[in-house]
Design a protein around this ligand. Sequence first.
Ligand code: ZN
Length: 288
Amino acid sequence: MLRERSNLLKTLLALNLRMDFSKELLWEVNRFELGYEYECKTDELFEKGNWLMIKGLSLSRRGKFLVQMDLLVLTGDQILLYEEKAYTHPVSDCLDGTIEFTEGGTRYTHPLEQLREAREYLEIIMERLNISLEIDSYVLLTHPNGNIYNLPKWTKNVLIQSQITLHVDEQMRKRKPPTSLTAKYHAQLSALHHDMSEYNSIVPKYDYHELRKIVKCPQCFGVINEIPRGKKLINCPCCHEQIVVVDIIKLAFEDYKMLFKKTPTAAEMFHWCGGVFSKIRLHKTLYG
Ligand SMILES: [Zn+2]
């Protein structure tokens, strides 16, 4: 099953172009979206293994976000925990638990630190749930240009993109196939998922009346100004992909629900889409 974007990313994508984002926020959105695309690609590499996967497990405690685990692979004898980073160019290890993208630039938490933290939480949870599997954990640099310079020599669990396929093959040979107990663990861990990302403070304040009433391409999220009456397929003016018109309506519908936490009526959808679709068409597609 295809991994879903986090609610935070969905919210930001829904707002983008309906309002003006600062350069910094736009950079964040693009970074999240790129991360998501590479997570999907990495999932594909792991899909061929005989094991169970949890894609993007987000944990909270007492209404506070705790930790995000990008990928968990459950086998018969081990749980593999992965922290994924889609760095588009090499970063440097500052040797103090941080990394920097450019020399002297802003320092960010080292992915190995994030991995360590995620692993600690996982150990606590597994103990609580009585799950007795060993944990093995890795940082995956999923973009082909990603690397971490200056890593201590003994670092074993950071894999660059070209090593991931080999790693997956190796795990397929070494790991035991899942059992009914593994399936039980999978269900127990999946049940803990709680997406808190919508509470993230980087989402700007928004108001229905101030948002632009437009529709967007479900492939590239570019604005589509015109859709000929009765057409079922169109070519997106931004990415030039062939797009099913119903999917454009569905995206606008999902965006509305994500932003306003309620299901819009046909009249509300007509207004939300800026009159691009007739009320009849919206009614047929969404409520028919
Ligand atoms: Zn497009």
